[in-house]
Design a protein around this ligand. Structure first.
Ligand code: GRF
Length: 229
């Protein structure tokens, strides 16, 4: 395939090797603690030698709503922000194209959906396919969708966790990059379980984004296999 920058990959493979530091756009819908973990990781780079650095720079933070803590965190960090609300567009497709165009302005190597509560549509993914990752608070393929912690609790599993994956157009079903397990405690409710998952999720996301930024990645679409060289 030929990705938007024009680098050719063998058929069935998507390969990206960002120029350091990798340009990252983060999409949020809520409290933005995952975003904050990425901001903190980038800040920790200051003064460090390049070979131990995080390797990415957050060039913009976008949201599907206004008045959220995630956008405030970005503003406090001096990162450009934008918000595009679905209800301000005639159709969902129009919103998807507007989001694509806005994100494209920042020329991202990587788009990180970090608690972004909207499915990205076909036009967005056509522009950034193979460069969009998401984090899900369950161990895929179990419990996809908006209620991963609640569904895990309701099912009665003893182990759940979080999954970072490349977005492929479905619901939490793209090629898996990394996962972390979290034990379910007897006295957990949805909030306590989700909070413990989010602690693991932030560490996993920072680790994955840093490795993608520093090393680049290859996705074998047919085999659903992600490798970081
Ligand atoms: C995370 O658990 C994410 O996986 C889920 O929503 C939560 C977002 O948390 N979709 P935050 O906004 O990063 O604090």
């Amino acid at each position: 395939m030929v990705h938007p920058e024009g680098t050719e990959s063998p058929p069935g493979l998507v390969q990206h090797r960002p120029e350091p530091p990798a340009r990252i756009v983060v999409l949020v819908s809520g409290s933005g603690t995952n975003l904050q973990a990425l901001i903190d990781a980038e800040r920790a780079d200051e003064g460090r030698p390049a070979d131990t650095a995080f390797g990415g720079t957050i060039v913009a933070v976008g949201a599907d709503r206004t008045g959220i803590q995630g956008l405030e965190r970005a503003e406090q960090a001096g990162i450009p922000t934008f918000a595009l609300r679905v209800k301000d567009f005639a159709t969902r497709e129009d919103w998807d194209r507007a989001l694509r165009d806005k994100v494209a302005e920042y020329r991202p190597d990587l788009v990180v959906s970090a608690g972004f509560m909207k499915l990205l549509g076909p036009d967005f993914l056509a522009a950034f396919g193979g460069r969009v990752i998401n984090t899900h608070p369950a161990l895929s393929p179990s419990f996809p969708g908006m209620h991963g912690p609640a569904d895990a609790l309701a099912y009665g599993v003893k182990i759940t966790g979080c999954t970072v994956f490349f977005v492929a157009g479905g619901v939490d079903d793209g090629p898996v990059i990394a996962q972390a397990a979290v034990a379910v405690e007897d006295d957990d409710d949805v909030d306590t379980l989700h909070e413990r998952i989010k602690t693991a999720e932030r560490a996993l996301l920072v680790d994955v984004v840093g490795r993608l930024a520093r090393l680049g990645w290859t996705i074998d679409i047919g085999k659903r296999k992600v490798t970081l060289p």
